[in-house]
Design a protein around this ligand. Structure first.
Ligand SMILES: NC(=O)C1=CN([C@@H]2O[C@H](COP(=O)(O)OP(=O)(O)OC[C@H]3O[C@@H](n4cnc5c(N)ncnc54)[C@H](OP(=O)(O)O)[C@@H]3O)[C@@H](O)[C@H]2O)C=CC1
Ligand SMILES: N[C@@H](CC(=O)OP(=O)(O)O)C(=O)O
Length: 330
């Protein structure tokens, strides 16, 4: 029998992308409900040929659905998810609220799909930079265990939500017109800049975004891989980039890495330096895969590789991964 699915946060960057991904996949869903804040009551969103009217989020309404894809901030997830599971709705949560909870599976379907079945009502979707990195690491890890990773990210505005995308556009236009740029979504004006500060600082000096990349990777890959991350916001609209340095237990050659990536689902290699071919955000926008290029041996250590990875953070980094989890369950 077909299942019913609610998207809460349906008007946001991730929620809108979830609606698109559901439209593209032929899932056994009989009813879809779209919910957001009271500001969005009456907005219309098309899924296939159906025009769906956005409703205000109320537990009694959302809990009528079998599954809820939650795409709201973590504070709101913390409030809504327990109330929904109490009423029997299974929640796939995009926020960071429950990701490190031992009772909650944290799932990348190509890596640890079996965890999804062992849920107690909530399944967490990992952080966008983490999903992308885990898929970039896992094929290499399958050849030789990864010991340590040093990663620098170049994260797009859409990672900070729809308002941040609007702010990037307005701010760029203002700066070009000699007008001062106002910033609310970002800590500093984003136009023509690079901001090494995503989420808040931890007493260790790392940001929470950087710690998520470390802690969530260990949980998903069930391994004590050491990850040292520096997360940077750059003025691109969509798609995150990552420069990843990987240290393995035994030597992994570029040829080994290419073979492993080529047979792995959801990973594509675009790597031809002679022809200037490597993944770029505008070419990856709208795709569900993680794209890898610039694969090369690290000359400074014995068992090291450097790679460049690009993925659509709203799709594989958020909506597509969440809908894949839903697909495993229905
Ligand atoms: N953007 C990304 O790449 C990624 C995001 N995530 C996570 O996904 C979640 C959603 O992010 P994103 O889509 O970027 O955020 P947006 O800011 O773009 O969207 C937020 C959504 O939450 C809704 N909302 C706000 N307040 C309420 C309320 N009181 N009741 C019901 N709905 C409300 C908004 O509705 P309204 O329009 O009515 O205000 C909107 O639909 C966050 O937890 C984020 O951390 C995770 C991985 C990647
Ligand atoms: N922090 C990510 C997106 C995000 O919302 O992540 P999280 O769900 O882990 O807070 C970014 O800004 O690009």
């Amino acid at each position: 029998m077909g299942k019913s699915v609610a998207i809460v946060g349906a008007t946001g960057a991730v929620g809108r992308t979830m609606a698109k991904v559901i439209e593209e996949k032929n899932l056994n869903i009989t009813k879809i409900g779209l919910f957001a804040s009271k500001r969005s009551i009456g907005k219309k969103i098309n899924i296939g040929s159906n025009e769906i009217i956005v409703e205000k989020t109320e537990i009694d309404k959302v809990s009528k659905y079998d599954y809820c894809l939650l795409a709201v901030d973590s504070k709101l997830s913390q409030k809504l998810a327990p109330e929904l599971i109490k009423k029997g709705t299974i929640v796939i949560d995009n926020s960071s609220a429950f990701r490190l909870d031992h009772q909650v599976p944290l799932v990348v379907p190509e890596v640890n799909p079996q965890k999804a079945y062992n849920h107690k009502g909530i399944i967490s979707n990992p952080n966008c930079s983490t999903i992308q990195m885990v898929l970039s690491l896992y094929p290499i890890h399958s050849i030789s265990p990864i010991q340590r990773v040093v990663v620098s990210t170049y994260q797009s505005a859409s990672g900070a939500g729809q308002k941040a995308v609007d702010e990037l556009k307005n701010c760029t236009e203002n700066v070009l017109n000699g007008v001062k740029c106002q910033n609310e979504a970002f800590i500093h004006p984003i136009a023509f800049s690079a901001i090494p500060h995503i989420d808040s600082f931890d007493p260790s000096g790392y940001t929470k975004e950087e710690l998520k990349m470390s802690n969530e990777t260990q949980k998903i890959m069930n391994s004590q891989i050491k990850v040292s991350a520096t997360c940077v916001r750059i003025p691109t609209i969509n798609c995150h980039c990552e420069s990843i340095n990987i240290q393995t237990k035994n030597k992994v050659t570029v040829t080994d890495a290419l073979k492993a990536y080529e047979k792995f689902p959801s990973v594509k290699v675009w790597d031809n330096p002679k022809e200037n071919i490597y993944p770029l955000p505008p070419n990856v926008d709208g795709y569900d895969d993680v794209f890898i290029g610039r694969i090369r041996q690290d000359k400074t250590i014995e068992n090291g590789l450097n790679i460049w990875s690009v993925a659509d953070n709203l799709r594989k980094g958020a909506a597509t991964n969440a809908v894949q989890i839903l697909e495993l369950l229905i």
